[in-house]
Design a protein around this ligand. Sequence first.
Ligand SMILES: NC(=O)c1ccc[n+]([C@@H]2O[C@H](COP(=O)([O-])OP(=O)(O)OC[C@H]3O[C@@H](n4cnc5c(N)ncnc54)[C@H](O)[C@@H]3O)[C@@H](O)[C@H]2O)c1
Length: 433
Amino acid sequence: MRITMIGSGYVGLVSGACFSDFGHDVICVDKDAGKIAALEAGKMPIFEPGLDTLVAANVAAGRLKFTTDLKAAVAGADAVFIAVGTPSRRGDGHADLTYVFAATREIAEAIDGPVVIVTKSTVPVGTGDKVEEILKELAGDFPIAVVSNPEFLREGAAIGDFKRPDRIVIGTEDARAQQVMRDVYRPLYLNESPILFTGRRTSELIKYAANAFLATKITFINEIADLCEAVGANVQDVSRGIGLDNRIGSKFLHAGPGYGGSCFPKDTLALLKTAEDYETPVRIVEAVVQVNDTRKRAMGRKVITALGGDAKGKTVAVLGLTFKPNTDDMRDAPSLAIVQSLLDAGAAVRAHDPEGMEIAKGMMPEIAYCHDAYEAAAGADAVVIVTEWDIYRALDLKRLAGTMAAPVMVDLRNVYRASDVEKAGFAYSSIGR
Ligand SMILES: NC(=O)c1ccc[n+]([C@@H]2O[C@H](COP(=O)([O-])OP(=O)(O)OC[C@H]3O[C@@H](n4cnc5c(N)ncnc54)[C@H](O)[C@@H]3O)[C@@H](O)[C@H]2O)c1
């Protein structure tokens, strides 16, 4: 099959590389010429484990190509995927569909035969209808079907998730489009990954419902963690105690500094806007958004409390900046709010992150960036673990304490056991324990 991927960011690039690995001919398009030039030179624009070798192998096999020329890439394609960004619209939280509709118009002008257009971007209910309208108006009389196929991959584990998905959701009632999508996903079909065919609007909503549910699960355990602190219980044991119940499940029950990243914050907001538009409030998600926003700021206060209530003139070492490990994605990372609250309180911040520092420098130019955890902690009054990268899991705690002005550790990911850290001389606080 010939597949064209419009947008070669996280989702477009990973999906394109995996489809080519299935044996399809894939061309990934991006309007960012620098990104395409880098990809052609074998450089990955994002950090994602295994992506460089997957891309290199499929480029070498002649199945994966990159271009900025959307028109040429769309001509003759069996399926054209839209995988452009859908960020929060400034000011109101609606999903900004500017890129989706701009890409649709460009695709419309390039269509030269029957084709299936697939929105892989996360888009609000009804977007597929609008995409179809634009195509009908601009693309002439070719048989065109518009399908919703939301993506559920997780950054940091994206290739595994794409190749072994829990499910594939395909929203279309068009028989020909269903067949094309079956062919696109045939290798996974043979692996017996569940494929759910549904209506387009339902498929669009499934993605938002999934992300809102996961955000709710995280927020739930975060509030239970606060309660644990108040009553003297241990949230990790509570998580295990409830997570072993199959009806609940153990994933997404790790208490922490609040969810962030490129999806949950914007997708929960966009779902609220859809609910508002249709006058059907989802109050539980409203609460989740509010609680999570408050929590990120509260984490800054937690650090200040650990510093003795005053951060003025103090230095804080922040370990981990990305919103989760194994990615360089800094979008809506909790570290941004935490660092800002420390700066506002008069502290100086020294940070380390294995992959996120290049991007972080542009977003937080006022802090110092260090080679490793020990350099960040040197002379600091507290060290804060914000992201649970593996390299922070087995720090030489005695060495770390020895470099600091005051050995104080705030572990926002519950990476350590209190007894181990305290043995190394630290005053230690964590989440919900
Ligand atoms: N990042 C994730 O983990 C994830 C997971 C599931 C779903 N999604 C959804 O997938 C979509 C894409 O997210 P992302 O993280 O890959 O975004 P991204 O910002 O990493 O990539 C989007 C890319 O699209 C390109 N682009 C925009 N308009 C274009 C056009 N007209 N022609 C060609 N290229 C164009 C941009 O230059 C950019 O490189 C979003 O809707 C997001 O919500 C993301």
